[in-house]
Design a protein around this ligand. Sequence first.
Ligand code: 5AD
Ligand code: SF4
Length: 435
Amino acid sequence: MNKAKKLFIKTYGCQMNVYDSERMAEALGGQGYETTDRADQADMILLNTCHIREKAAEKVYSELGRLKPLKADNPNLKIGVAGCVAQAEGEEIMRRAPVVDLVVGPQSYHRLPQMEDAVRQGQRALDTDFPEEDKFEQLRARPKMARAPSAFLTVQEGCDKFCAFCVVPYTRGAEVSRPADRVLDEARDLVERGVREITLLGQNVNAYHGHEGGLAGLIRDLDRIEGLARIRYTTSHPNDMDDALIAAHGECEKLMPYLHLPVQSGSDRVLKAMNRKHTAQEYLRVIDRVRAARPDIMLSGDFIVGFPGETDQDFEDTLALVEAVEYGQCYSFKYSTRPGTPAAERAQVADDVATDRLRRLQALLGAQQRKIQDSMVGRDVSVLFEKPGRLPGQMSGKSEYLHAVHVHAPMGKAGEMAQVRIVESVTNSLAGVLI
Ligand code: 5AD
Ligand code: SF4
């Protein structure tokens, strides 16, 4: 038998890219590839790229520059660019970077095996189509590898919302949901391979319509899978938090008390300019209803500061919204101009102003996050063990609220769950003891 070829994938950006990288590795597994974490030993290197903010493409070109010498060392090395930069700039990449053998967009990566064949024969391959066939189905007959206790599962892709700052509707295309029976099959398969926690992924996951009961219906079916202990989902849009999904937070035991619900801004003027189609009050009302269903729920969000036209007062409104919600976790960004999106054409906020706002917002969000994390001390949580902890004899994992927890648990194995009393809150994690 031939010696396995080595595949190195570098993943940028969101969790969906993490999932896609796993699927690409599985697709190339059929071509005789095993993954490696060493680029210098690889026969194929794939950069799975993200296009959400500025300089993404530049980062890809400089990474390709760094990889170039590896090709001199190993003439058989093939280099590919995948993901959203590939989708947006495929032909440009082919033109500008002769070192690249293969460019594949996020909707075409099930075709990687054929592309790999072509590349091995000395051709260059580009595929940034939005094909008719279902890439997930094409990838089903993949080898059954054991899996870590926590896995991502893409159920929905693309976005029809067209927020004025965002490239996703262009790079990932229109909203598409996978049929529930296929998602459920994949979930059962993951559970058989050791998975206890599944995070359902979608750019707009709560717009999922592959089940007659929407995302809530899918979650209720997943809730019945024996051996599956935890369900999460991300990322959601406030306008798609329907009654059924909110009710599921109160009723489904396996649905974890954590919700990532980006609002982007607390100013109605900015929300309108962003084409978010909801007001700050409407968002807060959704949060109230979710909290009524599940009082201990941990909230997370995304914010953009310095959106074109954002005034000091608009920014104060954002701070006020953050004060009102109290987030356990948050991501905040300076607005980044994306060519081709409506907001790119508008008058931009001065960079020093945006930088200052980001600093102030992050100070507030950081303090909230800290306060909520510290308030866990003395509480009992459940921890899904994922890997050995920092110290000998420790295991680490996540609580239901997604806090990293280090536990002194000599018998603990990855995939086990335990009740843990939190005894300490340190910089980015908690420490606890078995109860
Ligand atoms: N500039 C800054 N942040 C952005 N995001 C999306 N597009 C942009 C942009 N052009 C942020 C949003 C989104 C998160 C995934 O990335 O907050 O929710
Ligand atoms: Fe982008 Fe999310 Fe808005 Fe869709 S809902 S356009 S993915 S920010």
